[in-house]
Design a binder for this molecule. Structure first.
Ligand code: GTP
Ligand code: MG
Length: 214
């Protein structure tokens, strides 16, 4: 039954509303590009100032139609493009992998100080890691995109993390979603220990950064 409802809604979002849905996805893509460019510009400027790159990698992703429909269902929201825009914050995602922990905050502050960037919400899982050990700084921002005849404001989810935080999160995600595998309590405990080691690595690297005064 659940599968059937999901399929019907999936068809609705695709068939009856295909045009507005495709347009909306194009706007999210533009907003994602805007945010990515803002970070690339900051990286350029900081690298001149400090003679090193605060950004190690930037990854962007658009949520798939399937995940969009699943999430709307999960929270009992209507399945249509207006509802996507109103209720979801993570359709457009930008992940910024930084060299050092200090860079995470430097970049976040620099971005948020721009007058066309509006902060919607902030979750600091670096200062307050999740119970499983997950660390990252999450921002939901709204940015304008300029189309031929209008200006629209779109929301983008930004995750800022260090290389060490990123490798932990990537591996944890892979292990957790491994099919036909029972994720035991011992494994969760081991992962938690790994997250502590990863935090320690960040702190040691930051000490080295400070010694070099960069
Ligand atoms: P969603 O409804 O899943 O989007 O999460 P939320 O609205 O509660 O937001 P939150 O900021 O907690 O998490 C959003 C995203 O952060 C997830 O989609 C993941 O990409 C990442 N994330 C959060 N927690 C974890 C975690 O424990 N492990 C990993 N690997 N990633 C996580
Ligand atoms: Mg999400």
């Amino acid at each position: 039954m659940k599968e059937k409802v999901l399929k019907e809604n999936f068809d609705t979002i695709f068939e009856e509303n295909i045009q507005p849905y495709n347009e909306l996805m194009a706007y999210y893509k533009c907003a994602m590009m805007e945010v990515e460019t803002k970070f690339r510009v900051l990286n350029e400027e900081f690298s001149l100032q400090y003679d090193r790159n605060p950004i190690s990698a930037i990854k962007t992703r658009l949520k798939t139609a399937k995940s969009i429909v699943e999430k709307l269902h999960r929270y009992n929201f209507p399945v249509n493009p207006e509802s996507v825009e109103e209720n979801l914050n993570d359709v457009a995602g930008v992940r910024v992998v930084c060299s050092f922990e200090k860079d995470v905050y430097l970049l976040a502050e620099a971005l948020l100080s721009q007058d066309d960037v509006e902060l919607i919400s902030k979750k600091d899982y670096i200062k307050n890691p999740k119970d499983n050990g997950y660390r990252s700084l999450h921002l939901i921002v709204a940015v304008p995109i300029y189309l031929v005849n209008e200006k629209r404001t779109m929301r983008v989810e930004i995750q800022l993390r260090t290389i060490s935080m990123d490798s932990w999160a990537t591996l944890e995600h892979q292990l957790r979603y491994k099919k036909n595998f029972d994720f035991s309590e011992e494994m969760a405990e081991e992962l938690y220990i790994c997250s502590k080691l990863s935090a320690e690595l960040d702190h040691k690297m930051d000490k080295l950064r400070k010694m070099l005064n960069v």
